[in-house]
Design a binder for this molecule. Sequence first.
Ligand code: ATP
Ligand code: MG
Length: 375
Amino acid sequence: MVTNQPWPGRPADSDLAEPVPAIELRHATKRYGEAVALDDVSMVIQPGEFFCLLGPSGCGKTTTLNLIGGFIPLTSGDLLIEGHTVNDLPPHKRNVNTVFQSYALFPHMTVAENVAFGLRMEKLSKADIAQRTREYLELVGLSGLAGRLPAQMSGGQQQRVALARALAKRPAVLLLDEPLGALDLKLRKQMQTELARIHRQVGTTFVFVTHDQEEALSMATQIAIMSNGTVLQQGSPREVYDRPANRFVADFVGDTNFLAGTVRRDGGQAVFDVGSAVVDVQGDAEAGPATLMIRPEFLALRQGDATDGPRGLTARVVNVAFLGNHTRITVSTAAGEMVVVRPHGTRDSTADTQRELGEEVCVWWRTENAALIRE
Ligand SMILES: Nc1ncnc2c1ncn2[C@@H]1O[C@H](COP(=O)(O)OP(=O)(O)OP(=O)(O)O)[C@@H](O)[C@H]1O
Ligand SMILES: [Mg+2]
């Protein structure tokens, strides 16, 4: 059930004028002997965000979450929750709660008892516990299954119970470490939609760990991309996708083509020499070696070489992969670079998607859809 009712405990918008960050890391470092799991990270997570920590295996995502949860101590630096330094506070005294990938439900307790368990620890009255348990089971869509045991439920349902149990305590921050990792792809997508809906409804700050860029893009309001114990970029999904700070981010978030070349001034205009071709680049780009980044969906193909129409690259079609809902066309440029094109399009025979192997084409794009990267 989706309602637009304000959820209990959700702050009024007027209280959010100058929010105290939900989480703040200041020069946070975590070492294991010589190994640095988190390297001088400073990061602010605002209240109400669906904040995704995204990065490849071993980059420090779980370490960051465990530091916030209080399960491991910082080596140096500070951690603040709602404006208070909590470096030395044990997990149960922090206003955060965690949903683990393994769900960690009590197998001998019913669904309702699992949700009520955490509330009993808080010494709420019986009536309040029953009321809150009902509320949160309804929130996750499990009202009808309150009397079941975890073993009698699917993985997705168990995940919802774990979520209800964690949220029922109304923490300021909910930590989730790859909670959908054990689910099959279809269920995973359903739960992504559900999680986003639940987040909107409760307004709690979510800090969500994933190595799946599509998952992060689809749910997050903010994403921090991590690599080797550092944060490379933090921003909205659109910002990190459209304006990646560097090559690693561009490559990790979505499919990308990179064209190596040199920026040169041609009169007042900056142009980009790429192999034997020249293309336009945006604005007052500095002269020198650079890489041009273009997403496959921003590329278009037209028949023939690049001598007429907007400037582009002459190339040859080397592969056409039909993937059901879209087609991926790989072309090889005169300089020998492979470029992947994802045409929009229909299936009619004149469309971009209908290309012959070996055909000569011109790959072109709108100047504003290509970004220069300097590293
Ligand atoms: N208890 C530990 N002792 C020694 N090294 C550790 C320990 N825990 C983590 N590390 C190291 O710290 C680094 C970061 O680990 P972390 O678990 O945070 O990665 P992650 O981003 O969560 O990766 P994954 O996606 O595989 O879960 C890794 O190099 C890891 O080997
Ligand atoms: Mg991890």
